[in-house]
Design a protein around this ligand. Structure first.
Ligand code: CA
Length: 240
C-alpha cells in the first residue's frame, strides 16, 4: 500500500516513515501542500494540518475531489474546529499529536477495512442506475443480517429493534467479524474520541445487545482487551 505522508516537520516525518516502512507500508514523503497535490494519487493519505504553504484543510478538500483514498488527519491537540471541518470534508479519521506508531497503524487498518466495505458495495451497482447513491448491501454474519442503509437488524429472519448506540456498536463489530475491538477503540468510534464518561456505559450496551440478539454468544468478551463478534455455533473456526 502506497501512503502519502504530508508532514513538514522532519523530526516527526522521519521516524514515522521509518516506522511505517517496518509495517510494510510504502511511504512517499512530502513537506508542503503544493508537493502533496503534485504527487501521484496514493492508496492512503496521512495529512498534517499545519503545513507551511497551505491550510491542511484545503489540501484535504482538494485531495478528496480527486480520489477516494482514505485520509487520516494529523493534528495538534486543541484543533477541534479543524478536525470537525476536516471530517466533514471527507477525511476518514484523525490522530492528535503525540501518538504512537501502533495507534496510527491500527487507525490505518480500520479506515482501510471501511474503505474496502464501501468499495465492495460500489461494485454491486449495475450499469445504468448511476443516479442512485452508492449504498451498502445488507451484510450477513451467520443468522444475523445488518443493513446499514436502513439501520435494520434481523436475526434468523426476526427483526431486532436496537437503540442508535446499540446499532452503531453492532455495526462496528460487524466490520470485521471475529476481530477483537478494544474498549478504547469502541468508545472512540461509537461514542466520541473525547468521551470521558464511565466506561461502564459500554458494558451496559453490550449486555443489552446480547439480550436483544437472543444469545450472549454473539459478542465474546476478550478479557482485558475488548470484544468481538462471533456467530453462535460457528465454533471459532473461519470467521472471515
Ligand atoms: Ca506541521
Amino acid at each position: 500500500m502506497r501512503v502519502l505522508l504530508i508532514e513538514d516537520d522532519n523530526a516527526i516525518a522521519e521516524p514515522l516513515a521509518e516506522g511505517l516502512g517496518r509495517y510494510g507500508f510504502v511511504i512517499d514523503r512530502v513537506g508542503t501542500g503544493a508537493a502533496a497535490l503534485a504527487a501521484p494519487v496514493p492508496d492512503m493519505v496521512l495529512l498534517d494540518l499545519g503545513l507551511p504553504d497551505m491550510d491542511g484543510i484545503d489540501v484535504c478538500r482538494t485531495l478528496r475531489t480527486r480520489s477516494r483514498a482514505p485520509i487520516i488527519m494529523i493534528t495538534a491537540r486543541g484543533d477541534e474546529t479543524d478536525r470537525v471541518v476536516g471530517l466533514e470534508l471527507g477525511a476518514d479519521d484523525y490522530l492528535s499529536k503525540p501518538f504512537g506508531i501502533r495507534e496510527l497503524v491500527a487507525r490505518m487498518r480500520a479506515v482501510t477495512r471501511r474503505a474496502h466495505l464501501t468499495d465492495t458495495t460500489a461494485h454491486d451497482m449495475t450499469p445504468g442506475d448511476g443516479v442512485r447513491p452508492v449504498r451498502s448491501a445488507p451484510q450477513r454474519v451467520g443468522d444475523l443480517v445488518i443493513d446499514r442503509r436502513t439501520r435494520k437488524v434481523h436475526v434468523a429472519g426476526e427483526h431486532v429493534a436496537l437503540a442508535p448506540k446499540e446499532f452503531a456498536l453492532l455495526a462496528l463489530l460487524c466490520e470485521d467479524p471475529g476481530a477483537v475491538y478494544s474498549r478504547q477503540h469502541i468508545l472512540d468510534t461509537v461514542w466520541d474520541p473525547n468521551y470521558f464518561g464511565p466506561t461502564k456505559t459500554l458494558d451496559v450496551h453490550i449486555a443489552a445487545l446480547r439480550r436483544k440478539l437472543g444469545s450472549p454468544a454473539w459478542i465474546e468478551t476478550v478479557r482485558g482487551v475488548g470484544f468481538r463478534l462471533t456467530a453462535p455455533g460457528a465454533g471459532g473456526e473461519d470467521h472471515r
